[in-house]
Design a protein around this ligand. Structure first.
Ligand SMILES: O=C(O)C(=O)C[C@]1(C(=O)O)C=C[C@@H](O)C=C1
Length: 174
């Protein structure tokens, strides 16, 4: 999958700066994608029975279906598009927004000059970031019940066993 148009064509010879910023971008993407673990945990806690059944039957496709929310996905993509259109503007020294088609063709003629096409950023989210986030969610959930006690053990039994395993409290000083 290619996303041409992310950078202006040509060579600016800024290889060191590019590599450093690439690492920063990749780390930010990785962090955002791995937040899927927290999202998955919240989703599991909201529907523990449904997820547990799918996890026990190792139904990855079923988990993917249950955690997917197309409405949220649409609003995330739109928010990303609007943010790119807002924060991708170039400002001039006197504070005005510079106009004209940006180097990456992100702007219609006469509109604000943009560093990168908002549609391209939106597509990166839609085609790469959200699918990877969902893969992380599925992988997290498939392991969510590892080491969890079977349901036959009641919480009362667990509490008693836990307290019994704790060292006795020190006797109060006289
Ligand atoms: O917000 C959620 O419900 C998520 O799981 C996160 C996210 C995303 O990556 O933005 C992923 C899957 C959903 O279909 C919608 C959005």
């Amino acid at each position: 999958m290619t996303h041409a148009g992310l950078t202006a064509p040509g060579d600016d010879f800024n290889y060191g700066s590019s590599a450093t910023l690439d690492v920063t971008c990749l780390q930010a993407l990785s962090k955002r994608i791995h937040y899927g673990k927290f999202v998955a945990e919240a989703k599991f806690l909201a529907k523990p029975e449904e997820y547990s059944a799918l996890i026990r039957s190792r139904d990855a496709a079923g988990i993917m279906k249950l955690l997917t929310d197309r409405e949220v996905e649409r609003s995330v993509v739109e928010r990303v598009r609007r943010k790119a259109a807002t924060f991708g503007q170039d400002i001039t020294e006197n504070g005005a927004v510079s106009v004209g088609t940006g180097a990456n063709g992100g702007t219609p003629e006469g509109g604000p000059r943009l560093k990168v096409s908002p549609d391209l950023v939106a597509r990166v989210y839609e085609d790469i970031v959200m699918p990877l986030t969902k893969d992380v969610e599925v992988m997290y959930l498939l392991r969510r019940l590892d080491g969890v006690q079977p349901p036959a053990v009641s919480s009362a039994t667990t509490t008693v066993a836990f307290e019994a395993s704790q060292p006795a409290a020190a006797a109060p000083a006289r």
